[in-house]
Write a new protein. Structure first.
Length: 104
């Protein structure tokens, strides 16, 4: 890694597995609809100020069930908390894509 990493991205499967990504260290899944992603760099605190874009999407080419997604910072500086839902707001596992844009 050289300098301040401005962009991070990942794809997480509905089961919480990391399919691919940049500087992703892991993902914990609660078995219902909450995913906590650990990154190799801080998303908040110090110099980092991070914005997120997220979408429900296929992990590896499978059919995509429609859904909703919410994104927020986790408890740790390197954590991102994601929750996924069906279109009517019912908690449900969904695969998704995340892009993080970091500024100083």
């Amino acid at each position: 890694m050289s300098g301040f990493e401005k962009r991070l991205a990942c794809v997480i499967g509905a089961d919480g597995g990391v399919v691919r990504g940049y500087l992703v260290e892991g993902c914990a899944f609660d078995g219902v609809n909450e995913y906590v992603i650990d990154w190799g760099v801080p998303l908040s605190g110090g110099d980092a100020k991070t914005n997120f874009a997220a979408t429900i999407g296929s992990a590896e080419g499978e059919a995509v069930e429609p859904g909703l997604i919410t994104v927020g910072l986790g408890e740790g500086q390197n954590q991102l908390r994601v929750r996924t839902y069906t279109p009517d707001g019912t908690a449900a596992p969904r695969s998704f894509h995340i892009a993080c844009f970091r500024d100083q």
